[in-house]
Write a protein that binds this ligand. Structure first.
Ligand SMILES: [Zn+2]
Ligand SMILES: [Zn+2]
Length: 347
C-alpha cells in the first residue's frame, strides 16, 4: 500500500509499504477513507518533534472503515465506520481513569500515531487500544463531517470544557486557524453573550466573518478598542489562546478580566515569560496543556444533531497520490487554505 513517510528532516515521501496487520489483541486495522494534514505534521517535517521516529507513516487525523480487529476488541467490528483518535490511551491507568488520557502511562500512550508509530496518511492504519482509539461514526454523518473529531475538534472541545465558560460570558479566542475555529464552534455551544476572535491573517479573518457572522472578528490592532467597548469588567471573562506566538501569549493574560480564566491551547516554539509582578492582583486562573481526547462520542453526537459542523473547514481535497501537492498548498497557506483532506482509497 502507499504510505506518506517521514524519511528524514525536511523529507517526506510517498512510499510502498506492506499493509499493516493485527499485532496485539487490542489492535484494529482501519481502511483509511479520508485523512487530513495538520500543523503538527509540518512540525515533524521540520524536525521540531524530537520523538518522531524516521521511517514512520505520518498522519494522525483520519476516518475510515474497520478492516480487522484483535481478539480483545469489543467496541468496534469490521465494517464499522470510525473516527480515529489522535491519542492512544489504555483506559486503565491512573490518568486514563480520571479522563486525563493525554498523560496515559501506557508505552503507546499519548500522541503515538503518525509520530512514534505508523499513522494514517496511507491506505490502511493499525490502531492500538482500538476500544479507546476508535469511535463509531453515527449513521447519517459523512466521513467529511467526522474528519476532525479525533484531533482539532477534540482539542477545541476539550479547551472549551476546561475553560468553564458560562452563559452570558464574553469569550475571547486568539487565533482563527483550524483549531481556533473548532474552539469557536465548541464555545458557541456554551451560549456565551459574545465571542470575540482576534486574528492577524486577513484570509482567516474573512473566513470567520463569512461563516460565523455572530462572532466579532478583529485584527490585533483593533483588539484593545474592541475589548474596551465590549468587556465592561476590564477584559474577557474567558480567554482561549490558540495562536501560539509571544504576542498572543501576552494578549491572553492582558485581555482577561480580573479573576478570569486563561486557557492556553497553543503549542509554542519557545519559552514564554509570565510577568507575575505585572499580573499581581489580577488573580487569573491559567489552564494549559494538550488535548485529553476522550469526548469523541459526545462530539460525534453533536455533529449528528447538527450542533457542530466543521465541513466548511475542508477547503481542499486531494487523492493520496497527490499528497505532495496537498502539503505544498497547506504549508505555504496558498489559495486561502484552511484544512486539506486526502482521499486515501481512490488513489
Ligand atoms: Zn494534529
Ligand atoms: Zn492509560
Amino acid at each position: 500500500m502507499l504510505a506518506y513517510t517521514y524519511v528524514s528532516k525536511g523529507n517526506f515521501q510517498l512510499l510502498e509499504k506492506p499493509k499493516p496487520e493485527i499485532r496485539d489483541g487490542k489492535d484494529a486495522v482501519v481502511r483509511v477513507e479520508l485523512a487530513s494534514i495538520c500543523t503538527s505534521d509540518l512540525h515533524i517535517k521540520h524536525g521540531a518533534v524530537p520523538r518522531a521516529v524516521p521511517g514512520i507513516t505520518v498522519g494522525h487525523e483520519m476516518v475510515g472503515t474497520v478492516e480487522a480487529v484483535g481478539a480483545e476488541v469489543t467496541k468496534v467490528k469490521p465494517g464499522d465506520r470510525v473516527a480515529v483518535n489522535v491519542e492512544t490511551f489504555c483506559g486503565n491507568c491512573f490518568f486514563c481513569k480520571r479522563g486525563y488520557v493525554n498523560n496515559c502511562t501506557d508505552p503507546d500512550g499519548g500522541w503515538a500515531l503518525g509520530c512514534r508509530i505508523d499513522g494514517g496518511q496511507a491506505e490502511y492504519v493499525r490502531v492500538p487500544h482500538a476500544d479507546q482509539g476508535l469511535t463509531v461514526i453515527p449513521e447519517g454523518v459523512s466521513f467529511e463531517r467526522a474528519l476532525f473529531v479525533g484531533d482539532v475538534l477534540a482539542t477545541g472541545f476539550w479547551a472549551v470544557r476546561i475553560s468553564e465558560i458560562r452563559q452570558g460570558d464574553t469569550v475571547l479566542i486568539l487565533g482563527a486557524g483550524p483549531t481556533g475555529i473548532c474552539t469557536l464552534l465548541c464555545a458557541r455551544l456554551k451560549e456565551p453573550e459574545r465571542i470575540l476572535v482576534c486574528e492577524k491573517d486577513p484570509d482567516r479573518l474573512a473566513f470567520v466573518r463569512e461563516h460565523y457572522p455572530d462572532v466579532l472578528a478583529v485584527t490585533p490592532e483593533e483588539l484593545p478598542e474592541t475589548v474596551k467597548r465590549f468587556c465592561p469588567n476590564g477584559g474577557a471573562d474567558v480567554v482561549l489562546e490558540v495562536a501560539g506566538t509571544s504576542d498572543t501569549f501576552e494578549m491572553a493574560w492582558k485581555y482577561a478580566r480580573p479573576n478570569g480564566i486563561v486557557t492556553v491551547v497553543a503549542l509554542y516554539e519557545e519559552d514564554q515569560v509570565l510577568p507575575l509582578p505585572r499580573m499581581y492582583g489580577k488573580n487569573l486562573t491559567f489552564k494549559t496543556g494538550g488535548v485529553d481526547g476522550c469526548d469523541c462520542e459526545e462530539i460525534l453526537s453533536l455533529i449528528a444533531e447538527g450542533k457542530l459542523d466543521t465541513l466548511p473547514l475542508i477547503t481542499h481535497t486531494y487523492p493520496l497520490s497527490r499528497i505532495e501537492e496537498a502539503y505544498e498548498l497547506f504549508e505555504n497557506k496558498k489559495d486561502r487554505v484552511m484544512k486539506t483532506a486526502v482521499r486515501c482509497q481512490q488513489i
